[in-house]
Ligand binder design. Structure first.
Ligand code: NAD
Length: 355
């Protein structure tokens, strides 16, 4: 079957890591008989340089007409002095909004061969770390009314509608059903009215999923539990603000920013897939970036947008195998370890997929 994928390579290491993800998708296509049709479009600094704006309408139209979008990263020092309204990051927020992507799914997994990179003591890890933060992405205090009084007092209105909470909750339960059947709802229901609505809504939905255990944590406790006993979590369901903070905390526990993928999903199957890291301008063009976060983002695309579970597993297993075999890009290597380049890492994973 044919799948139309828009590639938004973006800036910095974006083009390098997207090329390696496509290498792996092509290996999947060859092995399983699919055809992935790529349509490259501009975003971020690359779009500013060519067209003067970070998110051209052609890019939005192509993304909306596609089956899925795979993005590298945007931004870099050469665009930092631009007016905030036309900086590269505007393209990123704009494309998420245009796709109606309200669910941000960020897995944080500690790979056994990379356990040394984890900043926690081994005894804290127990059975390891393999969780997903399911963060609501289009509501909350980030999108509420903002204003500043004459005396300088700042206001940001935190609000959530019940339908907004319901749709992200159903996403979280669907994720948990494919994993270890456990949803932890994180809020601040002891203080915030928004959180009380959030918690009441989840309490009403939870009985629809009798096979899934639901528990509730206040966000301050959740942030402690993440470093004390991260193995207790399967799917963390939370709002935009708490999810922003907790997903960064969860990802830093794995110790390797170059390894972590993400998906942003709306209604239907169209989704935006991207690594959680930025454009890494300090290493761009040197061929040393770690492409694994982007390759794993492509695996999420196969799973969530195309329903190709075996193919997604094949990519994830290939990543495991290559890491087990000891291959490392420089960001995940120990000081005296041999390293492979970005392209070599892509070749190794693609070759393993084809075996
Ligand atoms: P960054 O994630 O780009 O880099 C942080 C550090 O991690 C750097 O030392 C970098 O070399 C390293 N790193 C990141 N990804 C790596 C990879 N795949 N392989 C090896 N090393 C990797 O964050 P930053 O330096 O704060 O931001 C750089 C630019 O990226 C900024 O312009 C920022 O606005 C932008 N940014 C974009 C996104 C996005 O597009 N989603 C996200 C975050 C930052």
């Amino acid at each position: 079957m044919d799948y139309r994928i828009v590639l938004l390579k973006g800036d910095g290491i974006g083009p390098e890591i997207i090329d390696e993800a496509c290498k792996c998708l092509d290996a999947i296509g060859e092995k399983y008989g699919h055809q992935f049709l790529y349509d490259e479009q501009l975003i971020g600094g690359a779009a500013i340089d060519e067209l003067g704006i970070p998110l051209p309408q052609d890019t939005i139209d192509a993304c909306l007409a596609s089956d899925a979008v795979l993005m590298g990263a945007v931004g870099g020092p050469q665009w930092d002095s631009l007016d905030p309204s036309i900086r590269p990051e505007v393209g990123l927020l704009g494309i998420r909004k245009a796709l109606g992507a309200y669910a941000n799914i960020r897995p944080a997994k500690l790979y056994a061969p990379l356990a040394d990179a984890c900043p926690l003591k081994p005894e804290r890890l127990g059975d390891g770390l393999d969780l997903i933060v399911c963060r609501e992405l289009t509501g909350d205090v980030y999108f509420g009314k903002k204003h500043r009084d004459a005396d300088g007092t700042g206001h940001d209105d935190m609000n959530y509608t019940i339908p907004e909470i319901e749709r992200i909750a159903h996403r979280a339960y669907a994720l948990a059903a494919q994993r270890r059947n456990h949803v932890t709802c994180v809020d601040k229901a002891n203080i915030l009215e928004t959180s009380r609505v959030w918690r009441e809504t989840i309490e009403r939905i939870a009985p629809e999923y009798p096979d899934i255990v639901t528990d509730y944590l206040y966000v301050d406790n959740a942030s402690m539990q993440l470093v004390l006993n991260p193995g207790q979590f399967d799917v963390i369901l939370t709002g935009n603000l708490f999810g922003d903070i907790l997903s960064d905390e969860a990802s830093c526990i794995t110790g390797s920013i170059g390894m972590l993928p993400s998906a942003s999903l709306g209604e239907g199957t169209l989704g935006l897939y991207e690594p959680i890291h930025g454009s890494a301008p300090d290493i761009a063009g040197r061929g040393i970036a770690n492409p694994i976060a982007t390759i794993l983002s492509a695996a999420m695309m196969l799973r969530y947008s195309f329903g190709l579970t075996s193919e997604a597993n094949a990519i994830e297993w290939a990543v495991d195998t290559v890491l087990e075999a000891g291959y490392r890009t420089s960001d995940i290597a120990k000081p005296d370890e041999a390293t492979v380049s970005c392209a070599q890492m892509g070749d190794l994973i693609a070759a393993d997929i084809l075996q």
